[in-house]
Design a protein around this ligand. Structure first.
Ligand SMILES: [Zn+2]
Length: 226
């Protein structure tokens, strides 16, 4: 790997498409697969996707990029009172539909369903976080495979770093949903760009703002990377 080399989803997609450079075949799920491979490389997680190749429809041009991906999600409670779920799912839905969120990129959209979901948004007791993955800490929220897990202690109280910077709880909730769902759609962690700038949503703002201003939404450059 060259110094300064940065793997990107478009590079993976271009490579995948080069594998079936034929007039009769196309990769049906190259965007999803690129995401999955990007996730595996950037976070050493297993891809949730397998290669699917089908015969091209004769009159439909090959789509090399663009198009919108729709994700359905389920909402569940892990060792917390399910009475919390109505307000939780309301805030999640409001956040994910907000034009300042990932949906604002025009490339992804989200809706809650009862079953058959692409991922599950959990409201979980803090001590249950490691039951999803050994990489999940009781202290924080987490994303593991198709589980996006919000730690109820953080949901109800944010964090010392956030509260110390004067952030409010409603914004923290938007931030943590956008951050963990950001992992699910393929983003790794980002760092503060410089003192006083808006923190990238993929910065670990729960731990430290690194001199950045707290920010509950993806930045323009993050949205451009969807
Ligand atoms: Zn994270």
């Amino acid at each position: 790997v060259k110094k300064g080399f940065e793997l990107s989803k478009p590079m993976i997609t271009a490579y995948l498409n080069s594998l079936v450079d034929s007039s009769k075949l196309e990769i049906t799920n190259s965007a999803e697969l690129s995401n999955a491979i990007y996730l595996q490389v950037s976070e050493a997680k297993k891809p949730a996707s397998a290669l699917i190749i089908t015969t091209k429809a004769r009159t439909v041009p090959v789509k090399r990029s663009g198009g919108s991906r729709h994700y359905s999600y389920c909402v569940q409670a892990k060792a917390v009172d399910t009475a919390n779920l109505a307000s939780f799912s309301g805030k999640v839905a409001q956040t994910l539909a907000d034009s300042r969120s990932w949906a604002g990129s025009g490339k992804v959209s989200f809706s809650e369903v009862q079953s058959g979901c692409s991922f599950t948004l959990w409201l979980s007791a803090a001590d249950q976080l490691p039951s999803f993955s050994s990489g999940c800490s009781p202290q924080w929220s987490c994303r593991s495979g198709s589980n996006v897990i919000i730690n109820i202690d953080r949901w109800n109280g944010a964090t010392a770093a956030w509260n110390g910077a004067g952030g409010n709880l409603n914004d923290y909730r938007s931030m943590v949903v956008n951050h963990e769902v950001g992992h699910f759609i393929g983003f790794g962690h980002a760092k503060c760009g410089g003192p006083g700038q808006s923190a990238p949503i993929m910065q670990q703002q729960s731990i430290s703002l690194q001199g950045c201003a707290f920010n509950p939404w993806p930045t323009a450059s993050e949205l451009a990377g969807v």
